[in-house]
Design a protein around this ligand. Structure first.
Ligand code: CTP
Ligand code: MG
Length: 335
């Protein structure tokens, strides 16, 4: 009898596959948008070349990691070989160049934690932030992109989770909730831990790609075409994974002791990382290890108030997935 009930539950959940997939489809940027981004990038590259002939422009963040929604801003990194450049000087000069070439709303934010120049292209309406020599961000963008190529369910799950987080107001780092980057890492780690696994642990395999950035070694297996079909032994569908993801973060994650780690494909103990107490402003109430900057906890911005908000939202989502007749509407209701 128990077996029978379980199957019925599974079938109920599977009814949600079509609606989840159509939400996912509706969030994917159309090709015209990608073309516009490429066009703007070509213009920016030619402008930058005049002042810094040796420099390179890289797109990072959601426009390059394959987890970007339609109408995202572009995050760009200007890489200047000389690492000791005065970033403020470069940004001010860049702002001047951009402004005299008709780009709009140009602003150099040189005192920000990550100093940037902001701009808007009047022809396409696209906004960009340009930072300098943030090479680790370019590399972690590539890691996320490579994971997305292994199994299509990662992109589907991460889109649903990001969409939920944005609608529910828990994707606001300045309010102590999590970045999109953190949510994607949570999705990757979750799929690494399914049984059987849906994603491998690329940093645990023989490296085929390796760069060292400011003493941080970034190495992993990046020939992901060879891993096509890796997760085929696991037949879980998107609706089941969404249900299980929220269930994990609502009821099974050990917030007191565990750190989730894409780098190792599992969890680590807070004890081992010395993340057991508050140091400065880092409280480590939910711990997500950055895959390369392993002393970075992406949950460090979460405080006593916002951890409650987050956990209540995970529980709300889990309850809706479990009991609501129309979860696809309720889940994404604005808070
Ligand atoms: N990043 C990082 N460390 C962080 C936060 C962000 O290295 N603590 C880098 C990552 O390369 C990430 C990029 O900055 O891909 C952009 O971060 P974020 O805005 O959180 O993610 P997006 O994918 O751009 O999401 P959104 O669609 O919400 O803009
Ligand atoms: Mg972004």
């Amino acid at each position: 009898r128990i077996m029978k009930r379980k199957t019925a539950c599974r079938r109920d959940i599977d009814r949600l596959n079509a609606p989840f997939l159509s939400i996912y489809q509706s969030l994917i940027p159309p090709k015209e948008e990608k073309d516009k981004q490429e066009k703007l990038l070509t213009i920016l590259r030619s402008l930058v070349k005049k002042d810094w002939p040796e420099a390179q422009l890289y797109v990072y963040g959601s426009c390059a990691n394959s987890f970007g929604f339609s109408k995202s801003d572009i995050d760009i990194c200007l890489v200047i070989q000389n690492m000791d450049v005065n970033k403020s000087e470069v940004l001010l000069k860049l702002a001047e160049t951009l402004e005299s070439n008709n780009l709009q709303n140009v602003q150099a934010l040189i005192r920000a934690r990550v100093p940037i120049v902001k701009l808007m292209d009047p022809d396409t309406g696209i906004s960009c932030d340009i930072c300098i020599n943030n090479i680790l961000a370019v590399i972690n963008t590539k890691l996320l992109h490579d994971y997305a190529r292994i199994d299509g369910r990662l992109r589907q799950l991460a889109f649903i989770v990001k969409h939920w987080a944005k609608k529910r107001g828990v994707n606001e780092t300045y309010q102590g909730t999590l970045s999109s980057y953190a949510y994607v890492l949570m999705c990757i780690n979750f799929l690494q831990q399914r049984k059987p696994a849906i994603l491998p642990c690329l940093q645990g395999m023989e490296p085929t790609y390796s760069v060292t950035v400011e003493n941080t070694e970034c190495a992993y297996f990046n020939e992901v075409d060879k891993l096509h079909g890796f997760g085929a032994g696991n037949g879980e569908t998107i609706s089941h994974l969404v249900w299980a993801f929220f269930n994990y973060w609502a009821y099974y994650h050990d917030y007191t002791n565990d750190v989730i780690s894409v780098r190792t494909g599992g969890t680590l103990s807070k004890q081992a990382k010395d993340w057991t107490r508050r140091i400065g402003n880092d409280r480590h109430l939910i711990c997500i290890e950055d895959p390369f900057e392993i002393t970075h906890d992406l949950g460090r911005i979460v405080d006593k108030a916002s951890i409650r908000v987050l956990r209540e939202e995970f529980e709300r989502a889990a309850e809706i997935m479990q009991h609501d007749l129309d979860p696809c509407t309720k889940l994404f209701e604005p808070y």
